[in-house]
Write a protein that binds this ligand. Structure first.
Ligand SMILES: Nc1ncnc2c1ncn2[C@@H]1O[C@H](COP(=O)(O)OP(=O)(O)OP(=O)(O)O)[C@@H](O)[C@H]1O
Length: 395
């Protein structure tokens, strides 16, 4: 993922004073843009319609030629190199997929390796490898035609094709824009998994701030003319927006969105007094008197949470045993749950805390409102001190 602040990754794409004015227009679509994109990061361009996102992205592989300015790829000025050669070094994925309908899936993926003159065996091996990378068994899909696939599958082939010749850079222009929300979520997750393995430099264009927050190591929020309103991590954009434009663009609920960025595993879990379900209510009352908490968490013999019991439950219904009193401790969460997931469970939980369990349902600790509030407080403090230290650019 991202390099640490002590050791920033080298710049992979640098735009220097890049300007685009379309013929016959009186204004620049992109006005003198300076931007650096580091190797191995996913940088998402987001902004209102017409602000110049697509124009900016297409200048990187020179599908659109800049009017002025320079573009450097891995330190090399590519503003005047042969655009065909340039495009073979940069994978490109678009919304309307653009698979060749008369070619099989395998032939589609093989497009760039073929252009580069790879040997037949190497191409075949690469096609199968890429089909596996995007989670589509080669035997099943290699020989089909694009129209025999769903929209989401076609989009995955679009990604596989863009990765054909193992380019360092991938440009993705609203690749999941036309896809239903559930498939879109799956494709986003797959892209993140793929990136964790491949470490490409990815420039991703979207209208959707939530998609930007989910995918971006950094986000560039653009205003008209591709002017940078803020270029920052999702955390900073949500917690320390640089100006009113960013506040408006991110919209209401920035703090709630921020909760999606932290997982329970990143915050200290609270340890709660627990009691095995086989214990007597009298023993439970005794334990409850000796702790600060107002309830005990009853665990089954496999240490899975069963019930929350309070002193009143124990006094009133004691003869039923610990399994039959108190309120259900169902609605547990696992450590990879985000704070948003945890908050969601807390709101509907029968008790004011929820148990956190491992994959087998075994008790690990609890999360409650106080912890989430504390986590939000820490995020704010971290964002403010980071802004003050000027560690990230504000555009
Ligand atoms: N071929 C063209 N000729 C003239 N003007 C153009 C051309 N392509 C784009 N523009 C203009 O340039 C500006 C930026 O367009 P661009 O497509 O880059 O924006 P965008 O942010 O990607 O928009 P969207 O989110 O709607 O796709 C817009 O004002 C658009 O009308």
């Amino acid at each position: 993922m991202t390099a640490t602040q002590d050791q920033p990754a080298p710049v992979m794409i640098r735009l220097e004073g890049v300007t685009k004015r379309y013929p016959g227009q009186s204004r620049d679509a992109v006005e003198h843009l300076d931007l650096e994109i580091r190797r191995g990061e996913i940088v998402v361009f987001v902004g209102p319609s017409g602000c110049g996102k697509t124009t900016t992205m297409k200048m990187i592989n020179r599908i659109i030629e800049p009017t002025s300015g320079r573009i450097l790829l891995d330190g090399e000025d590519v503003t005047r190199t042969n655009p065909d050669q340039l495009r073979r070094r940069i994978g490109y994925v678009i919304q309307q997929i653009g698979l060749f309908p008369h070619l099989t899936i395998g032939e589609n993926i093989a497009t760039v390796p073929k252009l580069l003159g790879w040997k037949r065996d190497r191409i075949a091996a690469r096609v199968d490898e890429l089909l596996r990378v995007v989670g589509m068994p080669p035997e099943e899909y290699r020989d089909r035609y694009p129209k025999q696939l769903s929209g989401g599958q076609q989009q995955r082939i679009g990604v596989a094709r863009a990765l054909g010749a193992d380019p360092d850079v991938l440009l993705m222009d609203e690749p999941f824009g036309a896809i239903d929300p559930i498939t879109r979520d799956r494709l986003q997750n797959q892209l993140l998994r793929l990136q964790a393995e491949l470490h490409k430099t990815i420039v991703f264009v979207t209208h959707d701030i939530d998609e930007a927050i989910k995918l971006g190591d950094r986000i560039v929020i653009l205003q008209e003319g591709s002017r940078i309103a803020q270029y920052d991590t999702p955390e900073q954009i949500l917690t320390a927006p640089a100006n009113d434009f960013v506040v408006d663009f991110v919209g209401r609920g920035a703090s709630l969105k921020r909760l999606n960025l932290t997982r329970l595993s990143e915050i200290p879990l609270r340890q709660w007094p627990t009691i095995p379900v086989g214990e007597t209510p009298a023993r439970a009352l005794e334990l409850l008197r000796s702790v600060e908490e107002g309830a005990l968490l009853v665990l089954d013999p496999e240490r899975r949470p069963l019930r929350w019991v309070m002193a009143d439950d124990l006094r009133r219904g004691g003869e039923r045993g610990l399994a039959g009193i108190g309120v259900s401790a169902a609605g547990t969460v696992e450590p990879h749950a985000t704070l948003a997931d945890a908050l969601n469970e807390l709101i509907t939980a029968r008790y004011s805390a929820i148990a956190v369990t491992d994959g087998d349902g075994v008790y690990l600790g609890v999360a409650d409102f106080d912890q989430i509030q504390e986590a939000i407080h820490d995020m704010r403090a971290a964002a403010v001190s980071e802004s003050r230290a000027g560690l990230v650019s504000g555009g």
